[in-house]
Design a protein around this ligand. Structure first.
Ligand SMILES: C[S@@+](CC[C@H](N)C(=O)[O-])C[C@H]1O[C@@H](n2cnc3c(N)ncnc32)[C@H](O)[C@@H]1O
Length: 234
C-alpha cells in the first residue's frame, strides 16, 4: 500500500509502523543501507540449502545474529521458507520449515534499490497502532493491515507471539472509531466475515469486498484468490 500511494500521490509525510521489530528493521535497512543489505543477501543466496536454513533459523531465534546480517536473514527466511509466511511460536521464535523451492529468487537487486528510493524520508518505527492515535490529524490517510481476524480455528494469526484474538478485534475497532473522530481517513483490510461487516456497517463505514491473492492457509484448496474486505469511512 505504501509503495502504491508513494508512487501515485507522493505524500509529503508517511509513517510506517508495526510491533514486529525485525520487520521494521528490514524496512529501515532497505531505506538506509540497500547496498550493504544486497551484499549480505547475496551471501544467503549462495549458501541457501536446507541445512544452512535451519542453522541460521536457530541462530536467529537465539539472537546470535544482529544488525544488517539479521535483516538479511529475516528477508532470506521469507523467501526460502515454506509458503513465504512469517510465523512465530508462543516464545516468539520463528518456526516456519524450509520451503524446498528450486531456483528461488532470494532477493532482487533492482527491487530493493527502487524500494529504497521510495522509502527515502519515510518515518519508520516499531510502534503499536494505538500509539499512532496521538499523531492522527484531519484528513490523514491511515491504512491498517492487521493480522487476519480469527475467521476459523486455523486462520493465520501467528505474526506475533500474542495471537490476534476477538479482544484484539474489539481494540482495533475502538482505535478506528477514535481515529475517525479525529478526522482520519481509514482503510482497514480484513477477512470477509459477517461479524466484522456488521460491526463496521453499523457505524456507517463502507464495506468493499475485493478479491485478494492468498497462500497463507493450511488447506491448499484455500489458496489462490479469496474474498477480503476493505473497510473505509470515505
Ligand atoms: C498482515 S501482517 C501485515 C504485514 C505488513 N503490512 C508488511 O509490510 O509485511 C499483520 C501485522 O500486524 C502486526 N501487528 C500485530 N499487532 C499489532 C499492534 N498491536 N500494533 C501494530 N502492529 C501489530 C504484526 O506484527 C504483523 O506484521
Amino acid at each position: 500500500m505504501f509503495f502504491y500511494i508513494k508512487q501515485k500521490y507522493d505524500p509529503k509525510y508517511s509513517m510506517l509502523s508495526d510491533v514486529n521489530g525485525d520487520l521494521i528493521e528490514a524496512f529501515i535497512a532497505v531505506r538506509d543501507k540497500p547496498r550493504e543489505l544486497i551484499e549480505k543477501l547475496e551471501y544467503f543466496n549462495e549458501k541457501n540449502s536446507e541445512g544452512f536454513y535451519y542453522k541460521i533459523r536457530e541462530k536467529f531465534n537465539q539472537n546470535r545474529i544482529t544488525g544488517i546480517m539479521r535483516v538479511a536473514a529475516f528477508i532470506y527466511f521469507t523467501k526460502a521458507c515454506f509458503n513465504g509466511v512469517y510465523r512465530v511460536n508462543k516464545k516468539g521464535e520463528f518456526n516456519v520449515p524450509y520451503g524446498y523451492y528450486k531456483n528461488r529468487e532470494i532477493y532482487n537487486k533492482e527491487e530493493i534499490m527502487f524500494a529504497s528510493q521510495l522509502l527515502q524520508g519515510a518515518d519508520i518505527r516499531v510502534k503499536d497502532y494505538n500509539e499512532i492515535l496521538q499523531h492522527v490529524k484531519k484528513n490523514n490517510l491511515i491504512y491498517l493491515d492487521p493480522c487476519y481476524d480469527p475467521l476459523k480455528r486455523t486462520s493465520f494469526v501467528h505474526y506475533t507471539k500474542d495471537r490476534f484474538s476477538i479482544q484484539d478485534r474489539t481494540k482495533l475497532y475502538e482505535f478506528i472509531i477514535k481515529a475517525r473522530s479525529k478526522g482520519g481517513m481509514i482503510i482497514l483490510s480484513n477477512n470477509d466475515i459477517v461479524d466484522v461487516k456488521n460491526l463496521y456497517s453499523a457505524k456507517g463505514f463502507n464495506i468493499n469486498v475485493v478479491e485478494a491473492a492468498r497462500c497463507v492457509n493450511v488447506d491448499p484448496c484455500g489458496r489462490g484468490r479469496i474474498k477480503e474486505l476493505l473497510i473505509t469511512n470515505y
